[in-house]
Structures are given as C-alpha cells and as structure tokens.
Ligand binder design. Sequence first.
Ligand SMILES: [Mg+2]
Length: 373
Amino acid sequence: MSATIQSIEAILVDIPTIRPHKLSMTTMGVQTMVIVRIKDSSGLEGLGEATTIGGLAYGPESPESVKLTIDTYFRPQLIGQPSDNRNTLRVMLNRSTRGNNLAKSAIETALLDLQGKRLNCPVSDLLGGAVHSHIPVLWTLASGDTAKDIEESLSLIETGRHCDFKLKIGSRALMDDVRNVAAIKAAVGETASVRVDVNQAWDEATAARGMAELQAAGIDLVEQPTPMKDYAALVRLSQKFYLPILADEAVADASELYSLAAAGFSGAVALKIAKAGGPARALEQAAVAQAAGIGLYGGTLLEGTIGTVSALHAWSTLDTLRWGTEMFGPLLMKDDIVIKPLNFHDNGVDLPEGPGLGIDIDEDKLAFYRRKA
Ligand SMILES: [Mg+2]
C-alpha cells in the first residue's frame, strides 16, 4: 500500500570551497545547497538537493528562491498525496509552476530516494537499472593561475584521482586564455584530456578564433562558447571545426536538445539533473541525444553529495558516456553533510550501494552548516 507525503522541509546549507573557484561569471568561495527532506506516513524519509553556481550568476533560480518555491508553492500541493506516483506529482507541479527546474529536480530526487527505500532497491533500479557501478569523473582547474593549475593537475594524475581536466575560461582576453590552456595541455601530455568551458562568454567571431587556436593546441572539447539562446552560432561553429562543442546552458531538456539537433548541431551535450528538472527528466534528454548521434556528458551544477549521487544513479543507466562526467562537486567543498562520503578513485567514483540513493545525513554536520535565521 502506498504511503502519503507527511512533511517537506527545504534547508539552506552553506559549505566553504577548498579554494576560490573562478568562472567567467563569478568566483565562488562557498557553495550553497538546498537540502530537501520528504517524510511519508510510513516513517521513511527521502533526501533531495538543489544547488546552483554562484547565487544568481548562473541561472534564474537561486538557492533562496528554490527554498521559497518549495515551501510556498510545492509543499501545500504535495502534502497528503501518495508518494510513489512520481508521474502524477510531476504533472501536478508542471501544471501549477512553470520552470523552476532546480526545485523540481530536488523534489524528484527525494521522491526517488523515498520509493527506493520503500521497495528496498537503489534509485538506479527505479530508472531501469545500472549498467556501470564506477563512473568516470574529470576535475575542473579554476584557480586562475597557470602554475597552480599545472601543479594541481599533475598531482591528481599521479594519485590516479583524475586523468581528464576542464578549464573555466572566458573572463580574460582570448589569447591569454589560449596561452594558459595550451601550457596546461603541454604539461599534462597526450594521455590526459583537456577541455574548456567558456560559459557563454564569447561572441561568434571570438569563438571561431578561439576554437581554431584551441584545436591547434590539442584541446578535446569546447563547452558553451557562445550565448545560450544563439543556436545558429552553435550550429555554424559545430560545422566549421572538428573540435567538438559541448552544449550546456543552451539545452536544458529533451525538447531544447531536439531543436538544436534538428537545426544541424553535432557534438556533445551536458546532461544535468538540475537543468532538466530531475534525474528521470535528464534521461529523456539523453534519449534524444542518442537518437541524434550527439555524445553524452554527465554535468554538474557543483552539487554536494546528495545531488551528485542522484545524478550518478541516472548516469549509471547509460551505456556510453562518450565524454564521461564532471561529478566532482563534493570534492570542491571543505566538508560534507553525509555520514559516508563518496569514494573517488581510479579517475572516477563508485555508485553508492543500498536502498534509495544509498546516502545518510550526518545530523550534527547538517545542524552546523545549515543557514541560521
Ligand atoms: Mg558548463
């Protein structure tokens, strides 16, 4: 018999990052997560998380607005509803609330965790079953200092924690960025993959020049070089260079990816549970990508462990992740609010075992890091 939803709590949690994380639109020193706890009438609890990058610097939802959306709009609709019928709950929330995919992603994750605990199976089983239990994870170099980035990448290669790297560029003059990226690529060598994320900072002409330079420097992938709405530029650039483009901000969900693919885009797509509105929604986007011959990449909004694990359960069900993942969010934070942190090793991470997400909250840590009124 299905249980009904009894309570929903959305908690703001602030954890400092291990170093300043420089992006084209902001520099992060702290990561704010919205942790969602849904309890049902059988006494079980589902955990979810919504997290974004730099307050409102990345997109239109902030951690504070996610909490408000859940507290004010979602909670009154969801309380008393059967917790197992995620489709009905999703249709209800989509009818009453446009957008707000971060908040919807946290709710979908918590409902999946709850259902997994009820049925005593992992979330990946609810999504069709895991094909992989160890998932590749790259590291993002974003100190802003070439020598520091080289030192960081070489030590990560040596310990076997990561062998692929992504650089956040776009805030400096083009050739300064190119020199920095080329120096790092030369230092890490042939076997390490180096990619860049421009986070929409270039216009098309700058992107064309940048891609020519980066292609010559041996860079493997250029993420979102131009503004998110400019599909025509992404299509033209993807047809001009053999260096592939990774579409990120441009495509939040399955229908946006369909439009971009139909316009003639080739390359890769960053799947993100937060953009799509949950892990199941992100897998719909993956299906469109696979049909269009677009390579898959597991993306992050630098979620903590709960959001990261939700995404890992989804990515584990995909046969081929051509470009791996960037699910390193927990490693960027100085501390964690779960009892057993993820195990990062051999250039990837293990999918947690156990029912639901396979994650337990450390109540003392949560109390310490939760935002005080
Ligand atoms: Mg990106």
